[in-house]
Design a binder for this molecule. Structure first.
Ligand code: ZN
Length: 174
């Protein structure tokens, strides 16, 4: 077989992710949103995440932060930048709660990780509603229709910035 196999690619991704986490924890990479960002052609300078040169043949994202005089700008490969974005944001988001630990409140849209067939999973907005005989049923929050029986919620969290169910408690201010 030529080129990296899937498991080698996965290993590289895991290593890069671990490096990104370490850099974020060590404060080398900021968690704050960039004040300014530019996209352009690679400068040949090292990427702030992986440390490899950003080739001129590929795209580069350059970020500028306020109040960090020591490191006025950071350069990333496109994919390194999106990894940093994902990981830095993760910290301001609430933790996932396992379904076995605690069920989400009724009639409230939550973000859930669902197990599909086999090892696949998906993150989706869902609502827990009271079904027949008081059992929980799950609705797709976007389509308002029941989830396929084979889609099993594994864990959930309240999307950041959304108040717990106010649908019934508060009068509508329409
Ligand atoms: Zn990189």
């Amino acid at each position: 077989m030529d080129g990296p196999t899937d498991s080698e690619k996965e290993k590289q991704d895991t290593a890069l992710r671990a490096r990104a986490c370490a850099l974020l924890e060590g404060g080398v990479l900021p968690r704050s949103k960039a004040a300014r960002s530019w996209g352009g052609r690679g400068s040949g300078l090292p990427c702030a995440l992986c440390g490899n040169a950003i080739a001129e043949s590929g795209p580069e994202i350059e970020l500028e932060f306020d109040g960090t005089a020591s490191s006025p700008s950071l350069r990333f490969h496109l994919q390194c930048h999106s990894l940093w974005e994902t990981l830095r944001r993760r910290t301001d988001e609430p933790d996932w709660i396992a379904i076995e630990t605690r069920l989400p409140p009724f009639d409230t849209v939550v973000e859930a990780r669902l197990s599909l067939s086999g090892s696949r999973s998906v993150i989706l907005g869902i609502v827990r509603v009271r079904g027949r005989a008081g059992a929980s049923e799950w609705l797709n929050a976007t389509t308002n229709s029941a989830l396929p029986a084979s889609w099993r919620p594994l864990e959930w969290r309240q999307p950041a910035g959304i108040e717990p169910s106010v649908a019934e408690a508060a009068p509508k201010r329409a």
